[in-house]
Design a protein around this ligand. Structure first.
Ligand SMILES: Cc1cc2nc3c(=O)[nH]c(=O)nc-3n(C[C@H](O)[C@H](O)[C@H](O)COP(=O)(O)O)c2cc1C
Ligand code: SF4
Ligand code: FES
Length: 629
């Protein structure tokens, strides 16, 4: 409207086969009279019809009745009030599982059925690496074999598998590289659809494809795993524990061994919440997802916020080299579930959302089954518990990105403040924890905080679950004292280096934690001890390199990973990681330009991915300069 009170009208006028638009404009006021009439030629009626037809096709908004029926078989009819928006990714998974891709006809139907924009569905579907969006009548991709090209798998021969499998398996099978799948102690790993093959070779992959063995084998609940008894011992030994579905401690066995007594005591008031928080604080337990924030303090902060409060459990385990959460989860799920219930009761949580990485197909089945049993058999009321499935995006391990993903959106980290303890999942105060942080709660409270803090070496306190892989004789999860050095870890827990290998370098904290030379193999490994050396322990993923490996190759592998996994939201990280990869591929590094990039990534990236991406580069420049000059 050009001014208040003025009136404006528009009329389509048909003149022969031509179409005109006539505007009529009147000023405001009692003496208003028509002051202007304008006619605009719009072309022929047929032109107009054609334009509308094309526009409709472009938007693809016509819901195909058959596609809608197929969708409803998978997600059901809309409940009263409509489908929950936060379940979008779960629904995409159902489609993807059923059709091995996302056909755009199904996406159109899903958008209409959920009453959200097509663009919203599309932008979520295309964000996650595990979804293949297929247009029109194009065929779904064939059976997919993913070969891990993470550092440990690359050192164990993944490149050869990637090069030779396509010819061996034929055009019907899609062979692709995938970032670390969380089984580095079993390197190299290939995954045939959802079936992981440890120590994969050409024969084992071809046999699985021939046999159409595409599902993760089920596990039996006959295990006798005793986590505290593993303290200062190898939890797994890669040379021996080669199966992908170890027997686990089921609900009955866990309860018989005193499980859920602590949770029950809290529920009926025999155990006070304050005593539990104090035990957590006194144990010195710090978040084991990487950032190391004191767990007890986090509980107090979230408990002090106005409810309703929620919990988000981080089982994304995407940091290359890390496999501790999977190792415990697939052997002893209830110790973790009890820790979660205790935290929920103490902090006053109404709903717990468990975010599990998509690669852990066996863990997903096991966890869902045990949660269902818990609901059916526990004599006390449980909070709402929902298991959510990631979709192949490392960035969703970052806590605010994970929250976005649980809400059914692209996993893009949020700007802070506000912190998620205040405004988190669904806008509520949120307690977010790594799986393993919750795993130790029961033992810390039952055995007393001194049990946990009583371990330690070199002046450090507590236990750390190191995921060790690379050139060692016996890779696996090692539950060792905090502060142990890599030399001690390799000698005492891993049976030494592999035959013919000498320690040359090591990554103390996965992709983000930097690379250290053998000359610094006696540093205590713990939170805060490695920062002066440009590194950090993070999730305690230790990757060991031998004298024939190059630190520059390890750094390039990590930077390629960051480039692949950058969410793209901020330019320093999106462009910086890509540019760094190109520079690091050169035989001689342009260290000045690389350092410019490093600085801008550290200073201007929104989240820890971009901020930590320069760590391996800077370590090569500092400790392995001879490799890049
Ligand atoms: C890029 C990035 C990836 C992360 N990935 C994980 C992950 O896979 N698992 C995890 O527990 N924490 C991960 N974190 C740390 C989480 O943001 C968060 O600190 C943690 O889940 C908090 O739980 P905690 O206090 O029990 O450690 C990641 C952080 C960043 C910056
Ligand atoms: S730093 Fe990278 S991953 Fe993090 S928000 Fe920015 S673009 Fe995304
Ligand atoms: S499983 Fe391959 S590097 Fe981790």
């Amino acid at each position: 409207m050009p001014w208040p009170g003025a009136s404006f009208s528009a009329l389509f006028i048909h003149a022969g086969s031509r179409l005109f638009l006539r505007h009529t404009m009147s000023p405001a006021g009692p003496s208003s009279s028509v002051t202007s009439v304008t006619s605009v030629a719009l072309g022929s009626v047929d032109d107009m019809r054609e334009r509308i037809r094309r526009k409709r096709q472009l938007k693809g908004r016509q819901v195909d009745a058959q596609a809608l029926a197929e969708l409803r078989v998978l997600i059901g009819m809309p409940p009263q009030g409509g489908h929950r928006r936060d379940l979008l990714i779960e629904y995409l998974h159902r489609l993807s599982d059923a059709y091995r891709c996302l056909h755009d006809r199904h996406l159109v139907a899903l958008a209409a059925e959920m009453r959200i924009g097509m663009a919203e569905v599309y932008e979520v579907a295309t964000f996650y690496h595990h979804f293949d969006v297929v247009k029109g009548d194009a065929a779904a991709p064939g059976l997919t074999v993913r070969v891990c090209d993470g550092l440990s798998c690359t050192m164990a021969g993944a490149a050869d598998l990637l090069a030779r499998l396509p010819a061996l398996l034929g055009a019907e099978v899609r062979v692709m590289a995938a970032p670390c799948v969380g089984r580095c102690e079993q390197a190299p790993v290939a995954v045939v659809h959802q079936n992981p093959l440890p120590h994969a070779n050409l024969e084992s992959v071809a046999a699985a494809v021939r046999a159409n063995a595409t599902a993760h084998p089920p596990a039996a609940d006959t295990g006798g795993f005793d986590a505290p008894a593993c303290a200062q011992a190898s939890v797994t030994n890669g040379a021996v524990d080669t199966g992908v579905a170890p027997a686990y401690v089921g609900l009955d066995a866990y309860r018989q061994a005193g499980g859920y007594r602590l949770a029950a005591a809290l529920m009926d008031g025999q155990q006070e919440a304050e005593g539990v928080i104090q035990a957590m604080e006194n144990s010195g337990l710090r978040g084991l997802g990487g950032a190391g924030f004191p767990a007890g303090r986090k509980w107090r902060i979230v408990r002090a916020k106005t409810g309703p409060r929620v919990m988000a459990v981080n089982i994304d385990e995407g940091e290359p080299g890390t496999f501790k959460d999977r190792t415990y989860l697939e052997r002893d799920p209830h110790r973790f579930l009890e820790g979660m219930l205790v935290a929920a009761q103490v902090v006053g949580i109404d709903a717990c959302y468990l975010y599990l990485r998509d690669e852990y197909h066996g863990c997903r089945a096991l966890l869902q089954q045990e949660i269902d049993r818990l609901r059916a058999e526990m004599p006390f009321p449980l909070p709402q518990i929902e298991l959510r499935r990631g979709a192949g995006a490392y960035i969703c391990g970052e806590e605010s990105a994970m929250i976005e993903s649980i809400e059914g959106k692209r996993g893009e980290p949020r700007m802070r403040p506000p912190y998620i303890a205040e405004v988190g999942l669904f806008g509520r105060p949120t307690l977010e924890h790594n799986f393993e942080t919750l795993y130790w709660v029961r033992d810390i409270v039952e055995k007393g905080p001194a049990w946990f803090s009583g371990f330690g070496r070199n002046g450090r306190k507590g236990l750390r679950s190191f995921s060790v892989s690379g050139r060692v004789r016996s890779p696996g999860v090692k539950l060792a004292p905090a502060g142990i050095s890599v030399r001690e870890l390799v000698d005492e827990y891993c049976g030494g280096m592999l035959q013919g290998q000498e320690l040359y370098a090591y990554l103390p904290g996965g992709a983000s934690g930097g690379i250290l030379p053998a000359s610094l193999a006696d540093l205590p490994l713990d939170f805060d001890t490695l920062q002066p050396h440009g590194c950090f322990i993070g999730s305690a993923a230790v990757i060991v390199l031998g004298q024939h490996d190059k630190a520059r190759d390890a750094a390039l592998n990590m930077m390629r990973f960051f480039e692949h996994e950058s969410c793209g939201q901020c330019t320093p990280c999106r462009v910086g990681t890509a540019k760094a990869v190109r520079l690091m591929e050169a035989a001689v590094w342009d260290n000045t330009t690389l350092e410019d990039l490093n600085q801008v990534m550290v200073d201007a990236s929104i989240c820890g991915l971009g901020q930590a991406a320069p760590n391996p580069v800077r370590c090569v420049q500092k400790y392995f300069a001879q490799e890049v000059r």
